[in-house]
Design a protein around this ligand. Structure first.
Ligand SMILES: [Zn+2]
Length: 302
């Protein structure tokens, strides 16, 4: 029988469980209990921590602060990459208005404190979505990286060519300003109620308004496959017929219905198995390279 305290075994258990969040969390709990014996920079440990942090929208946040602390201590550069992945996913994914995303906000704050320039476009998009309190945290991180809360300064920074080109720097910086300095409007509603309404309205990303470079089918597939890989599943192997073949990743519950990018909501299928899907369900696997408006048209697979 294999030793259940070994990171390699835990990583495999996560894989065999179909990336159940409960199993990921149990693995992290085991790592926490055996911290004296394990090496945090062990690739299996890092993979488990990454899967835990990428499980955005998971039912529990408490233990994630431990994963955050440990991944930071084990490999700060690797940790930064994971924060960027989490940020990109947040900027592009549905947000649940009832959640406050404490761990994700901690990661965003770190990107701001560390002045990670390449995070700016995604941070600005998230700030402009006005999903509080996440947007406020993102806006503060922008101000921290740019070194200013001035809208014009932020616009100029977003235009500089050391960053990926953004489609609408003026709109982005306006969004940051709104999140930093919410307008006081004459209204009988409390600011809390107004913010609540705004957050509900903006919980879904608007693919037409996205000022990040539109995430084409290819980029989305790369991101979803990275999430699958982080969860220790093989994104090149079909989840239905188990063949290694060109595959695509789709959502079981589509993003338009608040389906998350959690590994448990992602399914990998080969072309042959996709062809066997009823036509409407196949739309969850939009054509590679297709523009991102397919986002809102994604349908449930099951
Ligand atoms: Zn297949």
């Amino acid at each position: 029988m294999s030793d259940l305290s070994q990171p390699e075994t835990l990583r495999k258990l996560i894989e065999e469980s179909g990336q159940s969040f409960a199993v990921i969390e149990k693995a992290v709990e085991t790592i926490r209990e055996r911290l004296d014996e394990i090496e945090p920079s062990d690739p299996d440990v890092l993979a488990i921590l990454r899967a835990h942090l990428l499980a955005i929208g998971s039912p529990s946040d408490v233990l994630k602060f431990f994963s955050l602390e440990l991944i930071e201590r084990a490999d700060a550069e690797h940790a930064r990459q994971v924060y960027l992945e989490v940020l990109d996913s947040l900027a592009r994914s549905p947000i649940r208005p009832e959640r406050t995303y404490p761990v994700e906000r901690a990661m965003i704050k770190k990107l701001g404190d560390l002045e990670v320039d390449c995070a700016l476009p995604a941070l600005a998009v998230l700030a402009g979505r006005e999903v509080y309190p996440l947007s406020r945290t993102a806006a503060r991180a922008v101000a921290s990286i740019v070194g200013s809360t001035d809208q014009t300064t932020i616009t100029e920074r977003l235009k500089r060519d050391d960053l990926p080109e953004v489609a609408a720097p003026d709109e982005l910086s306006a969004g940051v300003s709104r999140a930093l300095f919410p307008q006081k409007r004459g209204s009988s509603k409390s600011s809390h109620q107004r913010r609540r309404a705004l957050t509900q309205k903006n919980a879904l990303p608007d693919p037409g308004q996205s000022s990040l470079r539109p995430e084409g089918g290819r980029a989305r597939q790369a991101r979803l496959k990275a999430i699958v890989r982080a969860a220790n599943r093989d994104p090149s192997r079909c989840g239905n017929c188990d063949q290694t073949a060109p595959t695509r990743v789709g959502h079981m519950i589509p993003p338009s219905k608040s389906g998350t990018d959690l590994p448990g909501n992602l399914v990998v299928l080969c072309g042959e198995c996709r062809r066997r899907l009823p036509r409407s369900r196949d739309e969850a696997f939009e054509d590679e390279g297709a523009p991102s408006e397919a986002d809102s048209g994604q349908l449930s697979l099951f």
